[in-house]
Write a protein that binds this ligand. Structure first.
Ligand code: NDP
Length: 390
């Protein structure tokens, strides 16, 4: 029986993974080592009981009593706090999904890699904040990372059995998010509710707003650079409003192969779960005739400055990824709390990057978790101090 752990089980990606596990035999077919969550204790306990997990962990120590109460009589152990999530990640398990949102996913992801485990990575922030550290740790311990972000899963599938020397470039698509067609002058006044609606994908609120600002795609460009080692000028972003083509790989012979599928995260999660096999998945099938047309356009870097920032961060290297990621998280918090406007988020991130560039060691990649977290803290303070936020 294969053993699994889901970090961030109560989120949008975690729920999709839970759905796949339950449909594929539930506790009769899978041994669930641990499930972790945050504030949604009732759902965490419900999932843990349904999968007969050995351990359930909440990120918040003040919620441990509630979790224990919700699990009473089930025989499932409970724990709480960031260190307890790290400990859950460190427990041997054949397959661990990292579906925590934000930089909080970095430490537990590294725990999985340190034990040489298989890490199915939805938490793109892990690679953006500490790509070099993550990839070298995986190399050292012979751990495996399977991408779960749909675009990166698509590239991973397309590259299967291809020699890397024949790859000319990769293209990742972007729906354009909530404000793809908004007049530019309206953008500063976009509300949280308006930014939280995605045209195609049902996702957590934070990644949905990041899609509207295109910071999600900015993270994905950096993620592609770190994961596949693709040169930055060979990573293209194309706006594709239908979100049917997730990515395309172009080869030196002039041909390109695209990966298509309905926008449903269970594709990418299911692929990582069953890899290297393919198993039937409960997702809608493509009907090209019903779709009628697929359209594409170039991204506009005035509407979405995040894409320019991603290119600059890749060119800078060092700690720039950790700074961009954390500054973006802080700017997003400030936007969600009504402290800054939608268009201020990119300005706050740029401010944090400029500030960090003046600090010693900025051009060196974080060599350990503590260094990555130190840059993370500095970036959050700088982004929050940007005019209008603090
Ligand atoms: P959600 O916000 O829906 O879920 C996040 C999960 O992390 C929840 O289980 C939440 O717990 C938990 N969590 C929140 N804060 C912390 C913390 N400080 N420490 C530990 N756990 C915490 O996010 P998504 O599922 O949308 O996204 C998860 C990750 O996957 C992100 O990195 C995102 O970029 C990536 N991703 C998501 C996609 C999607 O379709 N949603 C697509 C591709 C990538 P609780 O809810 O109980 O508070």
């Amino acid at each position: 029986m294969r053993s699994v752990t889901i970090l961030g089980a109560t989120g949008s990606v975690g729920e999709s993974a839970f759905d796949l596990l339950m449909r594929a035999g539930g506790p009769e077919a899978w041994r669930t080592v641990a499930l972790t969550g945050g504030r949604n204790i009732a759902r965490l306990a419900e999932m843990a009981k349904a999968l007969r997990a050995e351990l359930a962990v909440t990120a918040y120590p003040e919620l441990l009593a509630d979790l224990r109460q919700a699990l009473q009589g089930s025989g499932i152990a409970a724990s709480a706090g960031a260190a307890a999530i790290d400990e859950a990640a460190a427990r041997p398990s054949d397959w661990t999904l990292s579906a925590i949102v934000g930089a909080a996913g970095l430490a537990p992801g590294l725990q999985v890699l340190e034990r040489g485990g298989t890490l199915a990575l939805a938490n793109k922030e892990t690679l953006v904040a500490a790509g070099r550290l993550v990839m070298t740790t995986a190399e050292r311990t012979k751990a495996r990372i399977l991408p779960v972000d749909s675009e990166h899963s698509a590239i991973f599938q397309l590259l299967d059995a291809e020699s890397s020397s024949s790859v000319e470039g990769v293209t990742i698509t972007a729906s354009g998010g909530a404000f793809r067609d908004w007049p530019l002058e309206k953008l500063p006044f976009a509300t949280v509710a308006e930014a939280s609606c995605h045209p195609n994908w049902a996702m957590g609120q934070r990644i949905t707003v990041d899609s509207a600002s295109m910071f999600n795609k900015a993270l994905e460009v950096i993620e592609a650079r770190e994961f596949f080692g693709t040169e930055p000028d060979r990573i293209k972003v194309v706006i594709h409003p239908q979100s049917i083509i997730h990515a395309m790989v172009s080869f030196t012979d002039g041909s390109s192969v695209a990966h298509l599928g309905m926008p449903d995260m269970r594709h990418a999660i299911g692929y990582a779960l069953n890899w290297p096999e393919r198993a039937p998945l409960p997702v809608a099938r493509l009907d090209l005739v019903a779709l009628g047309q697929l359209t594409f356009r170039a991204p506009d870097e005035i509407r979405w400055p995040a894409l320019r920032l991603a290119r600059e961060v890749i060119a800078t290297g060092g700690a720039a990824g950790a700074v961009l990621n954390a500054a973006k998280e802080q700017a997003l918090d400030d936007f969600l709390a009504g402290r800054i406007r939608f268009t201020d988020m990119a300005a706050a991130v740029e401010h944090a990057l400029d500030h960090a560039a003046g600090e010693a060691g900025f051009t060196q990649s974080p060599a350990d978790l503590q260094t990555a977290l130190a840059w993370d803290g500095l970036a959050r303070r700088a982004a929050h101090s940007w005019k209008g936020a603090a």
